[in-house]
Design a protein around this ligand. Structure first.
Ligand SMILES: Cc1ncc(C[n+]2csc(CCOP(=O)(O)OP(=O)(O)O)c2C)c(N)n1
Length: 394
């Protein structure tokens, strides 16, 4: 007998999951709808599966526990933040993954290759994956998986096959989206987009000068920095109780920051992003604009290159990041081109902080600080120190 789909949602709540970020699948439709409507769990409609994993990781860094939900077709999109964020930083994330194309079951042909590979992908990553069946005690399966991720500080997965859950009268495992009121996203009440504010004048500053000016202005705020030289430089300041210098999960600093910002709405969360990284995951601007966390400041330090891999050109000169952010629902956005504008641009950001999300793109020269090393602390130590710092246990 197929199971009541509400059991899974209740089991997640019972196990202490505080947030769910995901990309829908018809098999998991019910879970999406329950989470959207519930005030007991924070639901993030992710733009891509890797953003879901990253946001769930951010929830844990902020003191909660996140689950990432997706169709197995999108599991490939989640591999990078699983392999380079959740596993090395020992950040627990509960994966809830539907199973299209399960071997031996009839499904659309394009699901078969991933259906056959799904369990193997988890095995290769050494992530324990439990297939839920009709005779599974869901409460126990979810409870065991959550106990495992807390104890081992690793991800674990629950795989949900097709047909596990009872179908709703109209088909699927819940009412069709069009039959219910749209959830009120914070960004929905925004008036027309404002125009980007422009600052500038003088020679371009270096990344180090921007970071020094930013640090002087925001000594106590939380920050998540992007992979590569940016996080090396941030970590050289040694403020790991409030700065999370992420290496890995390129492009998902904003996704981590989103989960974090929603877990600690009383703190301001800054993202120190790179142009290459943001271009890689431009979809995160849409998620952020729609959810509109007020405590979110997105600083894009734009050197026009992938500096950390040898200075190859990015396409950033062709992208107006502030205009894109505003079109996605950011509340305010500005650019700064030239060191004379740096002070006024950071002053502007401080003034609009609290009315976020806001984005400030600062164009910098290609000069890098000398002798930047990878963080001295291990990834696990960084994640734990940051989580403790956020919780005031520093
Ligand atoms: C998913 C992924 N793709 C590629 C890389 C290799 N990589 C590491 S840092 C980096 C460049 C990042 O460029 P940008 O965000 O502009 O920052 P910058 O290096 O210029 O500071 C690249 C391509 C990676 N670590 N992860």
């Amino acid at each position: 007998m197929p199971l009541d789909p509400q059991l899974l949602f209740r089991a997640l709540l019972g196990a202490g999951v505080t947030g769910l970020a995901g990309v829908p699948c018809s098999i998991l439709n019910h879970l999406t709808l329950e989470a959207e409507a519930s005030s007991e769990i924070d639901y993030i409609p992710a733009s891509v599966e890797g953003e879901a994993v990253s946001a769930a990781a951010g929830m844990w860094l902020g003191g909660g526990l996140g689950a990432a939900m997706m169709q197995n077709s999108g599991l490939g999109n989640a591999v990078n933040p699983l392999a380079s964020l959740s596993i090395p930083y020992e950040i627990p994330v509960l994966m809830i993954v539907s199973w299209r194309g399960e071997p031996g079951k009839k499904d659309a042909v394009h699901h078969y290759p991933m259906g056959a590979a799904t369990r193997g992908i988890f095995e290769l990553l050494d992530i324990p994956a439990t297939v839920l069946r009709e005779d599974t005690n869901l409460e126990r399966a979810v409870g065991d998986a959550v106990a495992y991720i807390h104890k081992e500080r690793r991800p674990a997965a629950l795989i949900v096959p097709r047909g596990l859950f009872q179908k709703a009268p109209g088909g699927g495992t819940g009412p069709h989206a069009a039959e219910r009121p749209a959830p009120a996203l914070a960004g929905s009440d925004r008036a027309e987009s404002p125009a980007p504010v422009r600052f500038g004048g003088g020679a371009l500053p270096s990344r180090s000068a921007v970071l020094a000016a930013w640090m002087a202005r925001h000594p106590d705020d939380l920050a998540v920095s992007t992979t590569g030289f940016m996080s090396r430089e941030v970590s050289s300041h040694g403020l790991v109780d409030r700065h999370f210098p992420m290496q890995g999960s390129m492009g998902f600093a904003a996704g981590i920051g989103l989960g974090l910002a929603r877990s600690v709405p009383e703190r301001t969360v800054h993202i120190l992003d790179g142009d290459g990284a943001l271009i890689m995951r431009l979809g995160s601007l849409a998620t952020l604009g729609a959810l509109a966390p007020r405590n979110f400041i997105h600083l894009v330090v734009d050197n026009g290159t992938y500096a950390s891999t040898g200075g190859q050109r990015t396409v950033s000169p062709h992208v107006d990041f502030p205009a894109v952010a505003l079109a996605c629902g950011y509340r305010a956005a500005a650019s700064c081109r030239g060191a004379d504008g740096l002070g006024p641009a950071l002053e502007w950001a401080s003034e609009v902080a609290g009315e976020g999300p806001i984005l400030l793109q600062i164009t910098v020269n290609e000069r890098e600080a000398e002798g930047l090393e990878r963080p001295l602390l291990s990834p696990q130590e960084i994640a734990l120190a940051f989580r403790d710092g956020v919780a005031g246990r520093g």
